[in-house]
Write a new protein. Sequence first.
Length: 325
Amino acid sequence: MAKVVITNRIPREGVEMLEAEHDVTMWDSEDCISREKCLHMITGADAILTLLTEKVDDEFLDAAGDQLKVVANVAVGFNNIDVAACEKHGVVATNTPKVLTETTADTAFGLMLMVTRRFGEGERVIRSKTPWQWGMFYMLGMGLQGKTIGIVGAGQIGIAMARRAKAFGMDVVYTDAREMDPAVAKEPAARRVDMDELLATADVVSLHCPLIPEGQEGSTFHLIDADALEKMKKTAYVVNSARGPIIDEAALVEALENGEIAGAGLDVFENEPAVHEGLLERDDVVLLPHLGSATVETRTAMAELAARNALAVLAGRSPETPVTK
Ligand code: DGY
């Protein structure tokens, strides 16, 4: 029996799969475990299941010990994991792609609808008991049909967002190192463009790329900075369901204040869970508390996939979804 540690509460289905074969200890709380307690708890573990709130670096891997074989992240994003450090320690790192694609694209699409049609603002009017009346020009938003969405990062979630956008009559442009799957890119055509063209033409810029830290090749840290925001149309919106630090939040607040763009829909934040004060009072911004993959079905599927990955490595097999740099 191997020692498996889970650093935060995850759905029972995943835990039970691990318990059927191994000795499992879970930090059974929805509050994040402190670093100190975490480093203590993982000591001697053969497999560790982590959430995106857990920083997996040299300190973490050293604390676990040389017997550690696998870190299975219960998230598709793995910017919390130092993959090079894992390789150095001979530890396999895995993530949970595919199972959360549609749910996260739903969140991104919901944000886009909410901000362009001013649904968040409208809801606040009712809840705050602000007087209102139907009016021909009352709270008009931007319709999506015939507009252009600019998808930054045409991986699985970007493609799922493109599919939704097409169904709503939008034109799709995208940036990615690779061409989009031809089956998705045709009818109506999704056009691959460079970032400058995307920023200049999109009515909604939707972010679906991974967060690649500053200083690393292909870094996406502050990809949407003051310069990028200035290149966008004054009538355009930015939607972020990927990772907060892809947007320079201070620059975003300034761009909104100066009317350089029309609004933003954000599910993720630069210093999560803190949110830039300048965003909180703005009606042209929709804010969600990182709900991208938050459905019962998806979180269960994520826990099960992470469990399968850990079990595979412990049994000497290849995991289904190792992280790839
Ligand atoms: C992920 O899996 O990376 C998501 O952000 C979690 O919701």
